[in-house]
Design a protein around this ligand. Structure first.
Ligand code: B1M
Length: 214
């Protein structure tokens, strides 16, 4: 099993999408638990890609092909992560904030929320505050989930919350935030209802915000 998991990590780090897909399938066939594959191999592989980019070993194209490999591998895990027989827990409108194109973490959060019985309306990436406002105005939404990976796009979380307030909709929904540069303090400062460090934490937070027992 170790060989397969090492091959998966290497394939993501080096942007070999087909190898990554083959390795994730082999790991699943060998009985590896999807959550563990993600947590112990795939997420650390993306961290390594970020490290290589930061120290100048990788440039944008390398980061992009690694992201593609990660997405292909993730697509194979998806059916197992979203399989659920729990009763509906609430509706979440999710998106990566304006100016930010990073969606792997947000997609993971959406998958695990679905797996926990939430209906997820994923607005995608680079989502303008008005789009979140419109989605909440449409009704039936319990939570807004905002993701940001860039320090430069963090302010757009605050702008989104402010626009919800200005539209008189803030009290209708819980707002949760996350992404690598986000923390508890920022969440409090910008008026969010909670911050989660990872996708599993996002599920626990969402349950708490809608009052569903863990
Ligand atoms: Co970019 N990028 N990137 N990038 N990228 C980072 C974020 C960076 C840290 C790399 C680095 O320098 N080490 C750096 C940001 C630095 C900063 O802001 N301080 C960076 C940069 C600089 C950039 C560009 C500006 C580069 C350039 O153009 N010069 C550019 C910006 C484009 C834009 O968005 N406008 C850019 C572009 C890209 C790609 C398009 C090539 C690609 C994204 C592809 C895609 O997402 N479809 C990319 C990638 C892949 C990365 C890294 C390497 C990996 C991100 C990732 O997918 N991680 C990243 C370095 C890193 O993070 N280590 C980096 C895996 C994922 C599972 O983790 O997204 O953190 P993450 O999500 C986690 C948690 O954060 C949390 O749960 C998830 C699961 O555990 N979470 C939430 C996320 N959202 C949540 C919401 C919640 C709760 C939890 O509640 C609502």
């Amino acid at each position: 099993m170790k060989d397969v998991l090492d091959a998966l990590k290497k394939a993501i780090e080096e942007g070999q999408a087909k190898d990554a897909a083959r390795a994730v399938q082999a790991a699943l066939d060998a009985g590896a638990e999807p959550g563990a594959i993600l947590r112990d191999v795939m997420v650390p592989a993306m961290d390594e890609v970020g490290r290589r980019y930061e120290c100048g070993d990788y440039f944008l194209p390398e980061m992009l092909i690694s992201a593609r490999a990660m997405k292909e591998a993730l697509a194979l895990l998806r059916p197992r992560l979203v399989a659920t027989d729990v009763k509906p827990a609430g509706t979440v409108v999710a998106g990566t904030v304006k100016g930010d194109l990073h969606d792997i973490g947000k997609n993971l959060v959406c998958m695990l929320l679905e797996g926990a019985g939430f209906e997820v309306r994923d607005l995608g990436v680079d989502v303008a505050p008005e789009k979140f406002v419109d989605a909440v105005r449409g009704g039936g939404v319990n939570l807004v989930a905002l993701s940001a990976l860039l320090t430069t796009t963090l302010p757009n979380m605050k702008v989104t919350i402010e626009q919800l307030k200005a539209a008189g909709l803030r009290d209708r929904v819980g707002v949760m935030v996350g992404g690598a540069p986000v923390n508890d303090r920022l969440a409090t400062e910008i008026g969010a209802d909670g911050y989660a460090e990872d996708a599993a934490g996002a599920v626990a937070l969402a349950r708490r915000l809608v009052g569903v027992p863990a």
